[in-house]
Design a protein around this ligand. Sequence first.
Ligand code: SF4
Length: 504
Amino acid sequence: MIRQEFSRADPKRRTALDPKKRQFAPATFQNVEYKHRLNFYVTPPTADITLEQFEQWAIDRLRVLAEIEACSFRNKNLTETAAHMKPLLDKYLPLTSSTSNSAATQIERQKDHYSHFILRLAFASTEDLRRRFSRAETTLFRIRFQDNDSRERQKFVEGLNLDLEIVSDEERREYAEELRAAGGGFPKRIEEESYYKVDWEKVPELIEHRRVFLKGGKAYVPGREQLSMVIAEFTNKLDKALETTSRALPRLDEDDRLSPILTHLSQNFTTPDANYSSSSTSLPGADISARNIDTLSSSFPLCMQNLHRSLRRDAHLKHFGRLQYSLFLKGIGLNLEECLVFWRGAFNKITDDTFNKEYRYNVRHVYGDVGGDSNRRGNGYSPFSCQKILTEHPPGPGEAHGCPYRHFSIDNLTALLQQVGVKDHEVLKGVKEDKEKQKFHLACNRVFEYAHKQEIKKVRDDGTWGAAQLETIVHPNEYFKRSYLLKNLGKNPTDGGGDVKMED
Ligand code: SF4
């Protein structure tokens, strides 16, 4: 490969060490023993892991961080966020307490450690990514810190060697009144509380809420506010480390194994990627047939509703539109024969001959019925995730593919939403704000929640759906499946989805 000449391993450095000495030199790559459940991520990992672990661990952490960010956009407070995140953390990034002391505990901690550093590399490149990564990581740390056993937490804090100056008894008595005033009259007797002096920049949260006494650039922090100090220190260290990492990034470009993975990961922070699997999106018993697509389309996400509407209006779709839509239809369970019937019926201004010559092959190719061996073995291509639709092949003039939340102007987007029944002023305003902040999939989830609010309330209240089933949607096929199931609660799916309606 051409790029091998840019390999990171510098041949001069490689040969500099005498082979005899090398075998007795201390190992550079070492496994770390993780004493604490929590980690300040000060020391980078150095042991070997496989490329598959590298990628999978990072993807798992990314799911967690993206969902934390989604919680913050929905204005969930920390308690609500922690409750929402619990099943996801248990699934993707579990961290058991030190009392279990098993080999699995060490592996969990290793995954936590490595995945943090991998994403640090992926998200150090721009200021926006650094800021978002730092915020999501800080929330994750805060959730875990509060969830920690109190003795374990204390041991962890002691091990941090935070640069805290203890306020002497004399000074405490001298400022007793001010300290009590800052604590809202607490403690009654100043001897009942210990205080630390720290630089005021280290506790912005306490300053903002006027919970500390300030003097000479120092904040007098009561012991009970330990969490704020630890969190501030965590963020502070992480922000500095991200800056340093961003300066080192150009050197990493030389590694042609890691760069593509890191680029892919950072793109996924725009919208977390989702793997499609037919088993996870199929709806056994539902009438997924060519004649029922019009009815089912009211449960489609806006990207697919737009394609469907354009197809019905023009009796035609351009190449990428056909590809995006065919894959989606395949993903909802439309088989090849029905898909061919659907397209033939939709392209009703052309002859059979033209259809067979120009379009039939493409549809069969999507299903893996024709094409190269690998395409056939793999049953064709997978339906596109939001991430792919949002970031690849933006639509040009006359094309209807892509994501309306990203590729439409705000006026056209609002008009389309109104056409599909989303008329609520607050929802439209929220979508506009999401679009301005480039949170396209959150706008889509906002519309989903609005269109299914009664059903979501029901499954939440009666406990039939957990948080994991109501996780942020990042795939059009997941959108359809969830919409279909919600709109058909308690109905026999063999009814054919006749009552599936997204429009109020
Ligand atoms: Fe489609 Fe995803 Fe865009 Fe929603 S966010 S409209 S599902 S591409």
